[in-house]
Design a protein around this ligand. Structure first.
Ligand code: ADP
Ligand code: MG
Length: 245
């Protein structure tokens, strides 16, 4: 894919105390590109995601979005979090608000939309993730897979430039995984820029433009899924794949 860089990490290092959790990370995510991040537990995948929308600070290196360094604080930081949406393993919906209110809330607070405009947009997005009929329900009345699709609609409502997914299906019962992956595949086809941490290798093979394999805080491989799955170069990746495939 011709790279029109949207997210760029250069020589990024991060520590948690003594732990060098991200080591010399170089990563470019092109506009419209889907990058799947895989690797053993504790390798730094979540931390990598969290640094990209600045839920975590870094000790050295640079991260840019659309050529601009990530903002440090204030309104610009809130705007960044809207532009780089994040979908977590736990759906983090507001339990005491309806599905519609969950999707509209940040549009009103952060994007300053009028409620009727926000609600109209929310209904469009709920329709897109197949949940329009559930707009007036509360999260507890939905299945896990449905709740995760609401969380995706909520992130989309901010009109993000990119979406980060941190193990979005890990907390789901097996029969619900596919409905969430299908929404993500559709987003990929629509050209959304996505960084996806997942153990779903079928998704990585079919939807990713690139697979990034991390181990011990480093990017060990960064290649097409075809190359990675048929001929992993590193012992770490071979070992990892032999355990999960
Ligand atoms: P992964 O998502 O690949 O499982 P993480 O990014 O969550 O890895 O964690 C990488 C390493 O950093 C792990 O050793 C983890 O224990 C450690 N870690 C994660 N978050 C923190 C934190 N807030 N404080 C200290 N150590 C942390
Ligand atoms: Mg993690």
């Amino acid at each position: 894919m011709a790279v029109d860089p949207l997210i760029e990490l250069r020589d990024v290092n991060k520590y948690y105390g003594e732990l060098h959790v991200l080591q010399d990370i170089d990563l470019t995510v092109g506009r419209g590109e889907v990058v799947v991040v895989i690797g053993p537990s504790g390798s730094g995948k979540s931390t990598l995601c969290r640094t990209i929308n600045r839920l975590e600070t870094i000790e050295s290196g640079t991260i840019t979005l659309d050529g601009q360094p990530l903002p440090q604080e204030g309104k610009a930081l809130a705007k960044l979090r809207a532009e780089v949406g994040m979908v977590f393993q736990s759906f983090n919906l507001f339990a005491h608000k309806t599905v519609l209110q969950n999707v509209s809330l940040a549009q009103i607070k952060v994007r300053r939309r009028r409620r009727d405009q926000a609600d109209r947009r929310s209904r469009e997005l709920l329709d897109r993730v197949g949940l329009l009929a559930h707009a007036e329900k509360y999260p507890a009345q939905l299945s896990g897979g449905q709740q995760q699709r609401v969380a995706i609609a909520r992130a989309l409502a901010m009109e993000p430039k990119a979406l980060l997914f941190d193990e979005p299906t890990s907390a789901l019962d097996p029969e619900m995984i596919n409905e969430v992956l299908e929404v993500m595949r559709q987003l990929a086809r629509d050209g959304m820029t996505m960084v996806v941490v997942t153990h779903e290798m079928g998704f990585a093979r079919s939807a990713a433009h690139r697979v990034v394999f991390m181990a011990d805080g480093r990017i060990v491989e960064d290649r097409t899924p075809e190359e990675f799955f048929t001929a992993p170069r590193s012992e770490r990746a071979k070992d990892f794949l032999s355990k999960i495939l």
